[in-house]
Design a protein around this ligand. Structure first.
Ligand code: PGA
Length: 239
């Protein structure tokens, strides 16, 4: 049993909504026992808002408005009905060159417009092999307003979209470490999600870990039957 309400998040990345996503029985729908948040592409935000999903943006620029071709701001996300935003996803760090400073600015900007940031951290395979994973995560968390209402997602880079998953023990160890880095009065309430090839086959043993408070799900969130099974597994673990 978990002391924190579980959060299951669907990160659709650069994909359209899967067939059936907006139906009445969609697994993306909000429910009472666990929190479900969907991060669709920007183009699908309006449809998801009309479907009354709890919504997040996959990225938000810290400036409110201006000459930033291709970008969308935190303020615009808030106006579009987003309550959450992903900050520092490893694909943004890798393909868009986002730095620690960018991510701090994003998190602060999100909080200013009352959007709840889910801050993604994670080490590469090489960093894990050389035993640097904790140092890397500690560095990624530096300078962030960890005393604020935030969620952290531990997503080992080598596990994202690869089918490889951190063992429940390794993930739990890292989650407990991350929790120890939070301000003492925030350690109990702050949720720390696991991400990286979470699927119905491994969701139960990951979510059973006391410091794993949910999942950030990419590939399996695009397959409605798989996502629904993960949601059901999470629901059985709730108090
Ligand atoms: P994955 O992606 O579930 O496909 O590994 C997770 C993520 O990148 O958030």
């Amino acid at each position: 049993m978990h002391s924190r309400k579980l959060l299951i998040a669907a990160n659709l990345k650069m994909n359209p909504l899967p067939e059936g996503a907006l139906q009445v029985d969609s697994p993306y729908r909000e429910r009472a026992d666990i929190d479900i948040v969907i991060f669709p592409s920007f183009l699908d935000i309006a449809a998801c808002r009309e479907a009354k999903f709890l919504l997040g943006g996959q990225y938000g620029h810290p400036e409110n408005a201006g000459a930033r071709t291709g970008d969308i701001s935190m303020a615009m996300l808030a106006a579009a009905g987003c309550r959450y935003v992903l900050c520092g996803h490893s694909e943004r760090r890798q393909y868009h060159g986002e730095t620690g400073k960018d991510i701090v600015e994003q998190v602060i900007a999100a909080l200013e417009v009352n959007i709840h940031p889910i801050i993604c951290v994670g080490e590469t395979e090489k960093e894990r092999h050389t035993g640097e994973e904790k140092k890397v995560i500690e560095n990624q968390l530096k300078g962030l307003p960890l005393e604020s209402a935030i969620t952290i997602a531990y997503e080992p880079v080598w596990a994202i979209g690869t089918g490889k998953t951190a063992s429940p023990q390794d993930a739990e160890e890292m989650h407990a470490f991350i929790r120890s880095l939070l301000p003492e009065d925030k350690q109990e309430e702050t949720r720390i999600l696991y991400g990286g090839s979470m699927k119905p086959e491994n969701a139960e043993e990951l979510l059973q870990q006391p410091n794993i408070d949910g999942g950030l799900i990419g590939g399996a969130s695009l397959k409605l039957d798989q996502f629904a099974r993960i949601v059901e597994i999470a629901a059985t673990m709730t108090f």
